[in-house]
Design a protein around this ligand. Structure first.
Ligand code: ADP
Ligand code: ASP
Ligand code: MG
Length: 460
């Protein structure tokens, strides 16, 4: 068995969906299990819809709901499946589900996290029901398998955590018999359900995570992530169009990149792969014959590539908080007091640096910033700076490689650098700059580390 996950652009229109079905056909001997995202852009539309409903804009919300439904009808029309009686009924049921989710928001008078998940999960319900019909039309037996019933999560709505052992049983019981009968199951990425039957989502971009979770539960060796890029690249192609494809990456390299903003993989994607020794392959659905990127513990030729910058990631929209207190000097307990505040407000901290009397740290979720600042001010002087970005260079063995920090900071002499972190991980060097400097910094670093002749066994 293999798991194949298709992202939003891969199922973005009728042509793309047909291409995806041909890709699935090419994997039939490996018994594919398919995980799909919503049509590209639809989850954003559903977020807008949920907010509209939460603000009581009933008429506009119902009209916008109809637009979203029509968009899927139009794709189904182009795919030639709109006349399929069974599918018409399925589409109608999805419309009813969406309508009911909105009615619940209207009746409640406000948007809760649970009601929000009920709406934003619907994009995947459309695609996961559409793909099997197209596959069947191409003479591949296929069926929808509902992630809300298999991927059991807690009720931390909009960033739900999977409950692994319960889910494993449910996923195996549901999917293995289907695959054994020679049928291709198609399920929703991004979506799960609680024991009480409430719909949950795993966080934006979470379909990648669904794929490796399901892969691990089915004990597959390979999970394929099909996206709109040729693989994991040496930098975000929207900033560096000439970025190179990386043939192989270690789990840690890919995990750091994902964590520090390389959108091609959701930050949690690699954890199930590491635990179960699965290879994650990233492919381009527009370019299916390309090799893509293979992410595993070891490079297939057994070589260990050390001390080389493999890729540059960045994360925008960060806030730096600087906390100073003379009580910190020679005192223990200060750090735990500090971090307990971030814990209390469920705000995760990305980067931390500390001096004798000052701690600087970055956060990207500012939902509870005013309460955090208020509590900090009871024992320290705290300052907030917005519009910052982390830049992160990743490569196995970077920590042990002499000269890399010197090269980087030599190149950035004209750039204000707020925090620097190296050494916490073997493979990552990160620093914080003004968001406005980001394009310049990424391009300059990429030019330096990736121009000239590159090792063809790693980059192409
Ligand atoms: P999907 O809809 O297939 O899940 P995403 O939009 O979530 O696709 O992720 C793919 C996008 O990630 C690419 O289009 C690219 O712009 C962006 N990206 C950022 N950094 C990288 C990187 N290092 N390598 C590849 N893609 C990257
Ligand atoms: N459709 C969801 C999103 O846009 C999940 C995903 O694409 O991975 O966030
Ligand atoms: Mg994605």
């Amino acid at each position: 068995m293999i798991v194949m996950k298709f992202g939003g652009t891969s199922v973005g229109n009728a042509g793309a969906i047909r291409r995806v079905c041909t890709i699935i056909q090419s994997r039939l001997p490996q018994n594919p299990v398919v995980v799909t995202s919503a049509v590209g852009g639809v989850t954003n539309k559903l977020v807008k819809l949920a907010k509209m409903a939460g603000e009581g804009q009933k008429k506009q919300a119902l009209q916008f709901m109809q637009e979203i439904h029509s968009l899927h009808q139009a794709i189904a029309g182009e795919l030639g499946i709109i006349d399929d009686q069974e599918f018409i009924e399925v589409l109608h049921q999805i419309e009813i589900t969406l309508h009911q989710s909105l009615e619940r928001i209207f009746n409640h008078g406000a948007l809760t996290d649970e009601l929000y998940d009920g709406v934003i999960s619907i994009g995947e319900l459309y695609t996961a029901n559409m793909l099997p019909v197209v596959l069947q039309k191409m003479e591949m037996p296929s069926t929808f398998a509902d992630a809300r019933k298999m991927l059991r999560t807690d009720d931390h709505f909009s960033s739900a955590r999977p409950l692994i052992s319960e889910s494993k049983l449910l996923v195996k019981n549901e999917l293995v018999p289907i695959v054994k009968r020679g049928i291709i199951p198609v399920t929703q990425g991004f979506v799960g359900g609680t024991a009480k039957g409430q719909t949950t989502t795993l966080g934006r971009g979470g379909s990648d995570y669904s794929a490796t979770l399901i892969g691990a539960m089915l004990e597959v060796e390979i999970v394929e992530i099909w996206s709109d890029v040729d693989g994991v690249l040496t930098a975000d192609p929207s900033l560096v169009p000439e970025a190179h494809r990386i043939r192989y990456m270690s789990y840690s390299e890919a995990a750091e990149l994902a964590y520090f903003g390389a959108k091609v993989l959701h930050p949690a994607t690699l954890a199930p792969a590491v635990e179960n020794d699965m290879t994650v392959k990233v492919f381009n659905s527009m370019n299916p014959d390309f090799d893509g990127t293979a992410i595993s513990q070891h490079q297939p030729d057994g070589r260990k590539i050390d001390g080389r910058v493999k890729s540059i990631a960045y994360k925008e929209g960060l806030t730096v908080i600087t906390v100073s207190s003379s009580r910190m000097l020679m005192a223990y307990g200060f750090m735990s007091q500090l971090f307990s505040i971030f814990d209390k407000y469920e705000t995760s901290v990305d980067l931390v640096t500390t001096s004798e009397v000052t701690v600087s740290l970055t956060i990207d979720n500012t939902k509870n910033i005013s309460q955090i600042m208020e509590e900090l001010s009871t024992f320290a002087v705290a300052k907030v700076e917005n519009k910052k970005a982390i830049v992160c260079l990743v490569g196995e063995g970077l920590k042990r490689t002499k000269g890399v920090p010197g090269q980087i900071f030599g190149l950035l002499q004209d750039t204000h650098i707020y925090l620097i972190s190296q050494g916490a991980s073997e493979i990552n060097l990160s620093f914080v700059i003004d968001e406005a400097d980001l394009p310049k910094v990424i391009v300059r670093l990429h030019d330096y580390f990736f121009s000239g002749e590159l090792d063809a066994s790693i980059f192409c």
